[in-house]
Design a protein. Sequence first.
Length: 252
Amino acid sequence: MVDEGPIISVKNVDFYYGSFQALKNISLDMRAKEVTALIGPSGCGKSTFLKLLNRMNDFVPGARLSGEILVSGQSIYGPDSDPVSIRRLVGMVFQRPNPFPKSIYDNICYGPRLVGTRKKADLDLVVEKALRAAALWDDVKDKLGKSALDLSGGQQQRVCIARALALSPEILLMDEPTSALDPIATAKVEEWIQESGMSIVIVTHNMQQAGRVSDHTAFFYMGELIEFGATMDIFTRPREERTENYITGRFG
């Protein structure tokens, strides 16, 4: 197999909220069609880092970045980069399910309609494909006109996943996507992550979840990337003492 290089390459990134440095000299490469877990205590920079990958922090006053982030070989903070195009390429699913107060169908169509898809036949195909990809089609195919808010929490989260997938992103970012879900719904979302075949970056506080779903794991602490490697290595033979202390519950 030919190594196509990293789908995400982060080089010497420092990030600031005003005068506060939230991330310090972060460098790592993430491979395509793999799941990368970001772990570490609260406030250590995981979610900040995740949002840098599709420029969600652009909305924060006083935020600034130095260094370089490449997605599919293109600098996403370069002078010619378009944040809207970047967010089509890099989708996001948030911590709490946030379906729009619309029908299931209209939730999935929201993005495609914004970028110009209008024909009902085309939208029908997009909706079915996205819901199948999110392992939700069989549950909702007969009630697409019903409000997404009437679904269970786990189903709502998969609607949000399908909504992100409707724009065919190359990468999906997930910020603690199961923290508000019950164990059964969590298991379904984890199963989807494992079977999706997508390039996924997931923030999780759940060590067991990181071990179950990810190929590689990055441990953040106080704004620094302490260790990055294969998940099995991080959890069974970490190189850094701070990583071992966090994994074993000595702090965090």
